[in-house]
Design a protein around this ligand. Structure first.
Ligand SMILES: C[S@@+](CC[C@H](N)C(=O)[O-])C[C@H]1O[C@@H](n2cnc3c(N)ncnc32)[C@H](O)[C@@H]1O
Length: 162
């Protein structure tokens, strides 16, 4: 609500999970300038038209390093040059390699085994994301790059070039 009233004319909240978007919808409780949209962030054709800024949190740390370039390609195609991106994540790193938990991933990806309230378990990629990672991922694609650790999180922002 703060984001919408202070910085943006409208906000589209996205996720692949319709369950998560239903929760968001309930939290918004009729705020009509914030809408929800199911979307695969790696699919350049799935994004809503007309967006000129993006915020993602606790997303890229769960993405395989293999998919970073694909994600940035899709996001920047949707936003266009001059758009602003703010991103961040908690600074947790998986205790084992993703491949040791059976995830088909980059050899450098880290992962954890997590337990659901019903007792079932699943493996999730949980990568550290460094300034070098950010610079490499955005080489030639962004300007005004800034990254800062803040307590147990990191934040980064930049302007899309291409
Ligand atoms: C750790 S959660 C973070 C959710 C939210 N950003 C937050 O901070 O509370 C990561 C989210 O990424 C979503 N996700 C995973 N792969 C995705 C993809 N390819 N496109 C869009 N969302 C995806 C998951 O469904 C999950 O809700």
């Amino acid at each position: 609500m703060f984001l919408e009233s202070s910085f943006a004319q409208s906000v589209v909240a996205t996720d692949t999970s319709t369950q998560l978007l239903e929760l968001v919808h309930d939290l918004l409780n009729g705020t009509d300038s914030i809408t929800t949209c199911p979307l695969d962030a790696l699919d350049p054709h799935g994004y809503p038209a007309g967006c000129d800024a993006a915020f993602h949190f606790n997303f890229i740390n769960h993405l395989s390093r293999r998919d970073w370039t694909r994600f940035i390609g899709a996001l920047h195609t949707a936003l266009g040059p001059g758009s602003r991106v703010l991103m961040g994540a908690q600074r947790c790193v998986g205790v084992v390699s993703a491949s040791s938990l059976g995830i088909d991933a980059d050899p450098l990806d880290r992962a954890d085994q997590r337990r659901c309230p019903d007792g079932s378990e699943y493996a999730i990629i949980d990568n550290e994301f460094t300034e070098e990672d950010l610079k490499g991922m955005l080489a030639g694609r962004a300007k005004e790059l800034k990254m800062a650790p803040v307590h147990r999180m990191w934040w980064a922002s930049y302007m899309v070039e291409r």
